[in-house]
Design a protein around this ligand. Structure first.
Ligand code: FAD
Ligand code: NAD
Length: 470
């Protein structure tokens, strides 16, 4: 086989693309991955999941030390934040993980091209290397588009990554802003708003809807609103930003109440725009190739991730659905296995979602509102962490576990957790939904004591009205 002839060329080296490339190579395909970023890992590793979690951890340590050490009888002298060191640590975490993907590419014989990929035909991809060397044309049996997403702009606000930043800029500020206005009370808004609030910024979240985290279960939304307010995050719900004027001293924002039309202005150091993300498809040659997009610009695919053009597939953020790294990875694996002639599918009903705030939010499956809307009969079991012994020992009693189970079959339909380590606890619930377990199954499993996981067991028992510790 010639050097530039492949079974699969993956355009985009994020969680969807790099995982598909490795799995396809494991299955015996000759694979290339083209990414223009210069380092693999995509949004997630470079400017998303990983740097945000590194900063959430650092800022959590600081807040914990300043706010909670004293109640444990630990006296600490005055504490200071050294942003340069914090950022350097975050950058090292990112660098080590992206290097790890380079290592995995080598191990699995995936050929990695640092360049912009563009479809020429369904079996040819042109690569324009980022180092300025000459274009290369690669030949392939199949192409996978995994080019991800980019920040959605807000009309009237120009993101300059200095005063008006996207999540990328908010992950690399060189000092703690005196004030920060976050536009969008979704996942990015709460995670990055939390980072800077913990480090001392006066944070205001402006959200268009009348709730934070729209789309999540109502009990989760209510709890998170309480928790964020308690942490002195200012919330302006049902409010939209109509204009922004950036100057040397900061940004002046014009706000309008969605409900009353009342207008106000807000002066702030930094503005973070976090109103969602949109598919990234520019420069790929999709229009020329006639690849069909939906009305929101996502690439249309069938259940095997095939576009309307034979031999061209797409996975991850660029096809829409939950914009999550693990969803992209599942799709990447399923696609590679499908190309290798194996049976494969992604169970979209069992994709967990986590918000890495304090307390954390973790959810999987159906919300109570969606069950009501569809007229599904269900039972609810709930257990507060304030009644969990481990949570009391740890001093992290905020939140609850909520289980929704089918009223007829007792099958678990949805699990919603707000609390410390919710992101780890949810794995048991994902397993329950994946295997079609009942609430009774969870209730009958022995959970170690004292552990936060006991709250899941108790919530499952509460579905049948027999929780012990409340
Ligand atoms: P991406 O990761 O976006 O990768 C696509 C890659 O393709 C990019 O490197 C891009 O440069 C490259 N590319 C685009 N066009 C071309 C081209 N023509 N040629 C070559 N290369 C190209 N998800 C979670 O599950 N957990 C989290 O904690 C989490 N935190 C996040 C925090 C932030 C701040 C952000 C912004 C996102 C976060 N996400 C998180 C979402 C997650 O990053 C995405 O869902 C995930 O990265 C999608 O993977 P992907 O492979 O589809 O695309
Ligand atoms: P999001 O969809 O989570 O939140 C956007 C918020 O902005 C919504 O609450 C929306 O109502 C609000 N909004 C929209 N337009 C507005 C306007 N004009 N004014 C005020 N508010 C407005 O999107 P995001 O927070 O930008 O995150 C983007 C994607 O990245 C998400 O899909 C998420 O899945 C992913 N992500 C995941 C994680 C994680 O898994 N922990 C972390 C960060 C990002």
């Amino acid at each position: 086989m010639s050097e530039n002839r492949f079974d699969l060329i993956v355009i985009g080296g994020g969680p969807g693309g790099y995982v598909a490339a490795i799995r396809a190579a494991q299955l015996g395909m000759k694979v290339a991955c083209v990414d223009k970023r210069g380092v693999p890992g995509g949004t997630c590793l470079n400017v998303g999941c990983i740097p945000s979690k590194a900063l959430l951890q650092s800022s959590h340590h600081y807040e914990h030390a300043t706010q909670h050490f004293a109640e444990h009888g630990i006296q600490s002298a005055s504490l200071n934040v050294d942003i340069a060191t914090m950022m350097a640590r975050k950058d090292k975490v990112v660098m080590d993980l992206t290097k790890g993907i380079g290592f995995l590419f080598n191990k699995n014989n995936v050929t990695y091209f640092k360049g912009v990929g563009e479809l020429v035909t369904s079996d040819q991809v042109k690569v324009t290397p980022i180092d300025g060397s000459g274009e290369v044309t690669l030949h392939t049996a199949n192409v996978l588009i995994a080019t991800g997403s980019t920040v959605s702009p807000l009309p009237g606000l120009e993101i300059d990554e200095a005063r008006i930043v996207s999540s990328t800029g908010a992950l690399s500020l060189d000092k703690v802003p005196a004030s920060l206005v976050v536009i969008g009370g979704g996942v990015i808004g709460l995670e990055l708003g939390s980072v800077w609030r913990r480090l001392g910024s006066d944070v205001t979240v402006v959200e268009f809807m009348d709730t934070l985290l729209p789309g999540m279960d109502q009990d989760v939304r209510k709890q998170m609103q309480r928790s964020m307010k308690k942490q002195k995050m200012k919330l302006k719900l049902s409010t939209k930003v109509t204009a922004a004027v950036a100057g040397a001293d900061g940004v002046q924002l014009s706000l309008e109440s969605v409900k009353t039309g009342a207008i106000e202005t807000l002066q702030t150091d930094i503005v973070l725009v976090a109103v969602g993300r949109q598919p990234y498809t520019s420069g790929l040659g999709l229009q020329k190739m006639g690849v069909a997009l939906d009305e929101r610009g996502f690439i249309d695919v069938d259940e095997h991730f095939k576009t309307n053009i034979a031999g061209i597939y797409a996975v991850g953020d660029v096809i829409g659905g939950a914009m999550l790294a693990h969803k992209a990875e599942e799709e990447g694996v399923a696609l590679a296995e499908h190309l290798a002639g194996k049976a494969s599918h992604v169970n979209y009903g069992a994709i967990p979602g986590i918000v890495y705030t304090w307390p954390e939010v973790a959810t999987v499956g159906r919300t109570e509102e969606s069950l009501k809307q569809e007229g599904v009969a269900y039972n609810v079991g709930k257990f507060p962490f304030s009644a969990n012994a481990r949570a009391r020992c740890n001093g992290s009693t905020e939140g609850f576990v909520k289980i929704l189970a089918d009223a007829k079959t007792d099958r678990v339909l949805g699990v919603h957790i707000v609390g410390a380590h919710a992101g780890d606890l949810i794995a048991e619930a994902v397993m329950a939904i994946e295997v079609g377990a009942s609430a009774e199954d969870i209730a009958r499993i022995c959970h170690a004591h004292p552990s936060m996981g006991e709250a899941l067991k108790e919530a499952a028992m509460d579905v049948d009205g027999r929780a012990i510790h409340v």
